[in-house]
Design a protein around this ligand. Sequence first.
Ligand code: NAD
Length: 460
Amino acid sequence: MITELSLPVANINSKQRDFFQTGKTKDVAFRIAQLKTLKQAIQENEQAIIQALKADLNKPEFEAYATEIFVIKEIDYAIKNIKSWTKPQKAAVPLEFLQYSARIYPEPLGIILIIGAWNYPFQLIISPLIGAIAAGNCAILKPSELAPHTSSLLAEIFSKYFDPAYIVLVEGGVETSQKLLVEKYDYIFFTGGTNVGKIVMEAAAKHLTPVTLELGGKSPCIVDTEINLEHTVKRITWGKFINAGQTCIAPDYILVNNKIKTNLVDGLKKTINEFYGDNPGSSPDYARIISQKHFDRLVNFLKNGEILVGGDTNSSERYIAPTVIDNVALDDPIMQEEIFGPILPIIEYRDITEAIAFINSRPKPLALYLFTQNKNLQTRVLQETSSGGVCINDTVMQCGVSSLPFGGVGDSGIGSYHGKASFDTFSHSKSVLHNSFLLDLKWRYAPYKDKLSFLKRLIG
Ligand code: NAD
């Protein structure tokens, strides 16, 4: 196991380069076998994974399955589709290219650096890795140091099931990450905050390394009057408070039509009680904040506005109750930064134009949620706003659909993954044009005399 960089990064890197050069990873059968090994590794260590997530985040077992171990579905999806993904795709050629044929060959990039965040510390390493393996690459993995139990378990698992010359996990914090970023990779896949994303991109630029940046931001949740209130409050409560709100695509704040605000707040209050009981602190189904620093940051948000539900905190347990907060000012810290915790501000609007204008005045979010049955409103919001993804009449579920690329836009990220999008991310599309020796038309060769008029006709 490689912990805290017991080997110099250049050494790890060159071992992987040697392995990649053997061409082993190009074999589709090899990739399938490695995906199966990954699945087996997860299944054989399921209980340990659940325990590590519990130790890091007090993650309930159900949530560990639903949002982390669930990644096994992505492995099955890749295994099922890998043969069609890896097949060269025919491309059309124009009429004047009569004797040519064109194909696009997906080829592996080489060595991929994957840096993960702490909130889904298992899934955020495994999910991109599935794409990297399927596309035929080697990988260096750096999970978040803020989820130390998951990080050390992952290190143990990878050293047991995989050759480090093929896939290796490096544990460590910011310094380790910085050391890793000095080296050249063929692709960097980063999940984390927007500011660190900029640092990663700067380091990558030095080597012209392409990047995917899976970042965060404030994902709005619009609630119109034309809804099924009971379903709406359940879906929002679930999406906001799973993992104690520490989800990159959790609804960050609600923009609610003022006519339905009271009903929505009452519904949220009732649902929070139904889900977590009178004292969510003693519920087995409620997670904790990852660190003291994040706990303090979140408690600070409670200073503004009026708490309608929750608001209880316990520093020694890093517990913050599911909280709904009203009357926050748009320039309060809670509306300036990504919340990334179990606090839900409610902001009302009178006309959807206001809500759309507000969203468009802010950096582009990773997710946008819209609760309405009104088709015109759905079309309008889709057309007039930009976000990484949209989920209508639900929250968070969009990231469970393998056929939907997952990623941000603008400040919420660059690039996307999941399913085929992961395979494409970690592949180079090599264009191959093939001529034959049957004919050799002279129209393009010098001397050009008398050929220009033909060329002009061709261009039309
Ligand atoms: P972070 O950016 O602080 O850390 C992410 C990773 O970067 C960690 O592995 C860390 O060791 C490393 N790192 C931190 N500072 C660094 C530096 N100066 N130089 C190099 N590496 C550094 O993010 P986080 O706190 O772990 O995660 C929270 C953020 O991640 C939130 O903004 C959240 O929205 C976002 N996120 C996004 C997604 C997504 O899929 N888009 C998923 C989860 C989390």
